[in-house]
Ligand binder design. Sequence first.
Ligand code: ADP
Ligand code: MG
Length: 396
Amino acid sequence: MTLPAAPARTAATELFTATFGGEPAGTWSAPGRANLIGEHTDYNDGFVLPFAIEHRTHVAARLREDATAIVISTFDGDAVEAPLSDLSALFPARRDEVTEWARYPLGIAWALLDAARRDPRDVPGVELAFASDVPVGAGLSSSAAIEGATASALNDLWQLGLDRVTLAQAGRRAENEAVGAPTGIMDQMASMLGQPDAAIFLDCRSLETQTVDLGFTAAGLDLVVIDTNVKHAHSTGGYRERRAACERAAAAFGVPALRDVSEADLPRLAELVDEVTFRRARHIVTENQRVLDTVQALRETGPRAIGDLLVASHVSMRDDFEISVPELDTAVDAALAAGALGARMTGGGFGGAAIALVEHADVAAVTDAAIAAFAERGFAVPTIFTVTPSAGAARD
Ligand code: ADP
Ligand code: MG
């Protein structure tokens, strides 16, 4: 099954007109993303391999005569408004005064003006109305989608001339400093740079990217998302603890980041840190290698060759990084038992979604198996749909 095609672009335009009157200057959109492999490696300066999905957040936007930013979303009925000249006082110090969801678009406005070295008094105000068909909190990065849509719209409307990598960096800064979620750059890069039927191989240290053909369509494969509907909260404890453990391990090894530790170094690292910290680090070190191996397998052999790497990634997150939950393990096990070539949890963990690489003919069997396995364990019904690697942020 596919997610119902929510007419998010139309919804954004209608919300715009109902809120602000008249027509927007245009609509812009950015996609969510699924991460094929490379989990929690981004903030360790490592490698990731995400792709943009077809589900997008749209924003209908227009400049204002005054210097106020007003944002509204179908996600939350009330408009939120801030004078542009207040943004640098609000973020990051007084972000708690801003309604949580509005920190994303207003944080983007703040980060973009700073990146472009533009005085907020020199740009006009903006009206932004959002609607999205990216599921929220499902590990598909609705956050990067709203950031990317906002960044694209403001870059055009304010004629900032920033490139896509800079827009992605502004997204990360907004998420880290305006929202307060200590996430890496992967989601924003995938949402900005996505290409149809391809993944983005990103070196999170250099921010160099390469497009890697996935060839799912030609191979008759589908990527199935099994959203457990268990909600995660990035900003809270588990994520911070993992991040701190990674930093501790890198410091103990005397390197800037776990990117600089190889699999051959692991026995030496084990002597330097406690057992839990070691397992956290081992996940990162082996996951970096799995990303490199996946890119090589895709290039040399094709998408059928990556199934075992996906499974190994899941096992590492379950046992070493300990960010899976029973619902995610159930989704992965059920998909594999029903014939998936590979499956793993995707996203930050503690809930969200699993992905499974599945022969087109087996999609129904995998779907049924996951639903049955969830029912058997008394879990809420999962939401299951396929995702197609798609294009990145753009003016619609
Ligand atoms: P994920 O990125 O995995 O979907 P996050 O917790 O990182 O989950 O981001 C979700 C948050 O982003 C929402 O709680 C909301 O604050 C904000 N958000 C995402 N999409 C929208 C939207 N269309 N309108 C308003 N806020 C949104
Ligand atoms: Mg997010």
